[in-house]
Design a protein. Structure first.
Lengths: 389, 323
């Protein structure tokens, strides 16, 4: 029997990373802080994890060191949030462009200004075009499992993977988690073997100049690799399901079979939305939730399948895309729908910025708002929800 | 003396390795005094080396895809972070060796080549972090005293009075208004085991310093004076002459700092006037006699300071084998 532990999610993530037998951890602990890298430092210093721990002086350096280590053939890890991610920004594109299988736990938080340490998705949305694979966790167990999957997928696709974990709502709460048996994990995740790496026995040049004659082709190749990662991700989840019975899909649904209206959401707030569904279903309302687990590459087909015959979708975004036609997820959803014959109405709300609670009662209200759009078109392309007047 | 350097046998003109880590056919300018020390450094390090290069001339001239000048494994990541990329490489080698995943009995040298902009200016924080953490690597700053790759913009390494496109010799303000940043002082303040200055006009001395830097355990730093005929307005055939004059006028003294102990490698008792050095470079042609006098005075002062530091350790000169 697999044992269940009550663990702070940050600690659980750190333990999952350690179980993956990483070789090099490079991390800057602040801006803002979580326990993930602290616990990893503890495991290394207690001799429980055989890895090099590089306590770098900034997040930019954290990713830079991961790039160097991954290019040398090491399994690497870092973790950051918010301002730290923004400081790291330049190197995020280099990690993916160089096809380095780096794994990062991204503890999602707001970005300044105003300065804030609380949860939303402003940070991750700034890197949505950086060529990384993105998973979103809804709870502690998923955060742990997605770390295992991240290494499996990163090393098969040679692309970096970010596991998105809501700050505080997940990172700082204690949740019940089970860890994969080490023997099973070792089979699931064999040691990293990279063909092209910095090795004096077989010298290669990494990071050559992409002259105009080659840059387009290099980017096309990278884009194809990200698209092709979809199948590898599905396989990784199928293999995992065989081991544990825990099923992961690019887009997951709740009560969508006959839903007339549905909320589209990513991350931990999906659980509140599902609670609201239970309340409304008890009153006979046909409501459901579409939860996006795989943000990049965006699973258009799975999404279109998941929405069923819904008449109105309410996309609840956790970030503002200033000056755009909606929140980042709202824009993505509208773009996906445009390719389809199905055209449900789309209401796009931006909610839960900087840790503002979006309770199940709020979601009930959001569902009610969505029902109104069955008869009345939304008047604005998007709306910031819950603004105090 | 550090134990790693106890049995140090230097290079001489008779035992120079034939090995070339940097291939011919690169795209550096005629008379480039930056690519030469780079080539000599790789000669000294040998093939068991991984190189990191910051954005800059040496990266641009060596790696336009699908060509490469690098016979050693090489990576370029960005402008400012080469010291940290090297940290990652060094940590990976350590971890992979310990876990039996990398089988190499010999020490793998990890070396950074970075320009003055990448080192003095934009990359100073990354360099400081890597030195402080004590990674076993060699950082070679190839200092051609401005951002040359992008068309000669001033950096913190540009000497006083020099004309660049962002410190132009104007009607009122005549060239760079600040003195060159004391990078060696900053580096030495990190208490690293080995730091040195070197100059391609003294190739054996330079190669020996690179070799020592690789031998010591922990971070090592070499500040290399690197001439730039294109940016400085010197004749390309005068590249090494300029470099030699930099030492003979005391503008760029050659010294080592081993475990904090200063050793001047080439004492200049009878210096040539600084003017001789300045007048062959177009970047200084606008200088007034007052500015030249100021440079001469300041160069003397800086040299005296260095001399006092070295004297306080009881040693001012090691054997010089370049002539």
């Amino acid at each position: 029997m697999t044992k269940k532990f009550a663990k702070e999610v940050s600690i659980a993530v750190a333990e999952a990373v350690a179980q993956c037998k990483v070789d090099v951890i490079s991390a800057y602990p602040i801006t803002p802080q979580t326990h993930i890298v602290e616990h990893l430092a503890e495991l290394v210093n207690n001799g429980e994890l055989d890895a090099e721990y590089i306590p770098v002086e900034s997040e930019h350096a954290a990713m830079s060191a991961c790039i160097g280590a991954a290019a040398t053939g090491a399994r690497t890890f870092t973790s950051t949030s918010a301002q730290g991610l923004l400081l790291m920004y330049e190197t995020l594109f280099i990690a993916s462009g160089m096809r380095l299988p780096i794994v990062m736990a991204l503890v999602n938080r707001s970005v300044s200004a105003p300065i804030s340490i609380w949860n939303d998705h402003s940070d991750v949305m700034s890197m949505r075009d950086a060529g990384w694979i993105h998973f979103f966790a809804e709870n502690g167990q998923q955060a742990v499992d997605l770390i295992y999957h991240a290494y499996k997928v990163a090393e098969k696709t040679l692309l970096p993977v970010a596991v998105n974990i809501d700050g505080f709502i997940l990172s700082h709460v204690v949740e019940p988690v089970t860890f994969l048996d080490q023997n099973l994990l070792d089979k699931y995740l064999p040691p990293l073997k990279i063909k092209y790496k910095l090795d004096p026995k077989n010298p290669i040049t990494i990071g050559a100049i992409g002259v105009p004659e080659i840059y387009t082709e290099a980017k096309k190749a990278q884009d194809e690799a990200l698209k092709a990662s979809y199948k590898i991700i599905l396989q990784a989840w199928k293999d995992f399901e065989k081991l544990t019975g825990r099923k992961y899909l690019p887009v997951e649904t709740y009560q969508m079979e006959d839903a007339e209206v549905a909320i589209v959401i990513m991350g931990s707030l999906a659980e509140n939305a599902m609670n609201a569904v239970d309340i409304l279903r008890a009153k006979g309302k046909k409501v459901g939730v579409v939860r996006i687990r795989l943000w990049r590459p965006f699973p258009t087909k799975d999404f279109l399948k998941a929405i069923g015959k819904v008449k109105t979708l309410c996309v609840v975004d956790r970030a503002v895309s200033h000056g755009a036609t909606g929140g980042p997820v709202g824009i993505e959803v509208r773009s996906a729908l445009y390719q389809s014959n199905k055209r449900p109405r789309v209401l796009n709300l931006i909610a839960g910025l900087s840790g503002r609670d979006v309770t199940k009662e709020d979601f009930v209200e959001i569902f009610e708002k969505t029902f109104e759009t069955l008869t009345k078109k939304p008047t604005t392309p998007y709306e910031i929800y819950g603004v105090k007047e | 003396m550090r134990p790693e350097l106890k049995n140090f046998k230097g290079f001489t003109l008779k035992n120079l390795p034939e090995y070339e880590g940097f291939a011919q056919g690169h795209r550096a300018c005629q008379g480039c005094g930056t690519v030469l020390p780079l080539r000599l450094a790789l000669k000294a390090l040998g093939p068991n080396t991984i190189a990191v290069t910051s954005t800059g001339c040496m990266e641009i001239v060596s790696s336009p895809f699908p060509y490469t000048s690098w016979n050693v494994p090489w990576i370029h990541v960005a402008f400012e972070n080469s010291a940290t990329v090297a940290s990652g490489i060094e940590a990976a080698i350590k971890a992979l060796k310990r876990k039996g995943k990398l089988k190499s009995k010999e020490k793998i040298n990890v070396v950074v080549f970075a320009g003055d902009g990448a080192t003095f200016d934009i990359g100073l924080q990354w360099l400081s972090g890597a030195l402080e953490r004590g990674h076993d690597f060699v950082y070679i700053c190839l200092d051609n005293e401005a951002y040359m790759n992008t068309g000669v913009q001033r950096s913190g390494a540009t000497p006083f009075g020099a004309h660049t496109t962002t410190s132009p010799a104007g009607k009122i303000i005549k060239g760079q208004t600040t003195w060159k940043k004391n990078l060696m002082g900053i580096v030495i303040a990190h208490n690293i085991p080995y730091a040195a200055t070197a100059n391609p006009a003294f190739p054996i001395d330079l190669m020996n310093k690179v070799k020592k830097a690789a031998l010591v355990n922990g971070p090592a730093f070499i500040h290399v004076y690197a001439t730039c005929p294109t940016g400085w307005g010197t004749k390309s055939e005068d590249s090494l002459l300029t470099a030699k004059l930099a030492v003979e006028t005391r503008v760029f003294p050659l010294y080592e700092v081993i475990d904090g102990k200063y050793i001047i490698n080439r004492k200049v008792d009878k210096p040539k006037p600084v003017e001789e050095y300045l007048k062959i470079q177009r970047r200084f042609r606008h200088l007034t006699p007052e500015q030249i006098a100021y440079i001469q005075e300041r160069v003397n002062q800086e040299y005296e300071k260095l001399l006092k530091l070295a004297e306080s350790f009881g040693e001012t000169q090691t054997e010089q084998k370049d002539e």
